[in-house]
Ligand binder design. Structure first.
Ligand SMILES: [Zn+2]
Length: 80
């Protein structure tokens, strides 16, 4: 092992610090991928903003579940 990697900083060798940094960077990128996957899934299931023509409820519904969350009516108007 090169001598520079065995040099100590704050009680850790440079080699240990590099390994820790690599682990942190890898776990951050994994977490970001998971968060991205979860948020894109959420957009698919709650994608359309609508207003209920029956009771006036306004909210988001899924693309394949176009029903009012309040009165279960399917007479919804898409709003932007
Ligand atoms: Zn309604």
């Amino acid at each position: 092992m090169p001598e520079v990697l065995q040099q100590e900083f704050f009680g850790f060798t440079l080699f240990q610090i590099i390994v820790a940094l690599v682990i942190i960077i890898v776990s951050i990128s994994i977490i970001q991928k998971i968060v991205k996957a979860l948020s894109s899934e959420k957009q698919v299931s709650f994608g359309i903003k609508v207003k209920c023509l029956n009771c006036g409820w306004v909210g988001s519904v899924g693309k394949y579940d176009r029903r009012c969350r309040k009165c279960i009516s399917d007479s919804l108007e898409e709003i932007r």
